[in-house]
Design a protein around this ligand. Sequence first.
Ligand code: UN1
Length: 499
Amino acid sequence: MTVYRNYINGRWTEPRSGRYVDNVNPATGEVLGRAAVGTEEDVAEAVAAAKAAFARWRKVPAPRRAEILYRVGELLRERKEELARKMTQEMGKVLPEARGDVQEGIDMAYYMAGEGRRLLGYTTPAEMPDKFAMAVREPIGVVAAITPWNFPMAIPTWKIMPALVAGNTVVFKPATDTPWMAYELVRIFEEAGLPPGVLNLVYGPGETVGEALLRHPDVHLISFTGSVESGRHVNQVAGAQLKRVHLELGGKNAVIVMDDADLDLVEQAVTWSAFGTTGQRCTATSRLLVHEAVYDQVVERLAARAAKLRLGNGLDPQTDVGPLINGRALEKVAYYVDVGQEEGARLVVGGRPATEGELARGFFFQPTIFADVTPDMRIANEEIFGPVLAIIKVRSLEEAIAVNNGVQYGLSSAIFTRDVRNAFVAMRDLATGICYVNHGTIGAEIHLPFGGMRATGNGHREAGLAALEVYTEWKAIYVDFSGRLQRAQIDEVKIEDIG
Ligand code: UN1
């Protein structure tokens, strides 16, 4: 059994609490390891280490910083299979998806390693003669990366890698449900040659360890992925201290199915994006807005397909859908199924925990579809984060777009159509940060901006070049080589004086 300790200033250290919690396999109930319960003192030590390391790390040439990230990418690639197997045990997602999660980390490592030789700023003409002007990117300082359990490898890399290549140092607080992946990732950074203090790891609950990071005056940037409620709290506490806050919050993503859609493709794509990762992606499809002309057909096809999905341990190649992450998640999903029934939606498939045989040991819930949902129902507005799809009938593209945009979230959306006009209207009018045509709502690639509008975030984006906007700030530099006092906006530049 592995014991995951905090990693502070290049050393694996006991938490000050002396306490550890079990890391449980959500498919079997087996205890996989024990994770440190960090304290405020551990956070203070980690922040102090990150602050001290920043003084040097910010001056290491970015291409050199990038070489370490590249090496991390190589190590992740070599260990992809081993890491994926561990991830499936720790988090439950089926093995091919766990491989994909590690792959996102590899992709991000190589992509951000490339940024080490770019991190582009710009030069621009100065308005006075014999004067040079440029804008360069600077690191911000100590970054707190607070990450969720649903992409336990990918999301930490989305935060840590751009932060590091830009010259920041990091304190990483992973989700309590996935300490193993955090441990493996930090070990790989250590092996790749990252200097002590540049990346620190503190385990523990949000209420204590997370809170201490929000409040610590030497933490300059909080990057948080999680619920809207927690995100609001992060923003209030850290924002009040004028820290930079980057938030990736919930989703209530919809797929629009038009009357001219390829329904075979819809069937496959929606099943994948609604029930893949057991619906536990911020990008998961949780609403399906179906044109009335194909409504009955789509409901019937999806229900038949959902009923055939095989639940089980994600290591078993026969399994389509793994467990939910823990008992609280199972209760939440069951609660929303009750809510949907009370609201008058029609349960067409699923609706109960799955407890046959071996499944009783884990947190399994049947893939569930509600039809005849109306846009005002709670199950059409609130994020359930489980295998529950709400199908809503619409009469036109305009109505579908209005329903899509009518929720508080704006992460991902999609349209299935063969009509180029429908596609372009949807691309223009869907109010989400990510938009797909003829593809479900999941599966974003790491070199494009990732994030959402309205309550999904606070305007920042993860991944892609957009990540650099989060992890750097601009410095405008003016060099006057005229040898005299030149006052911008005041002294007139006379063309005849120019020699
Ligand atoms: C998430 O659920 O928070 O786009 C991230 C996707 C994945 C990432 C999801 N690449 O579905």
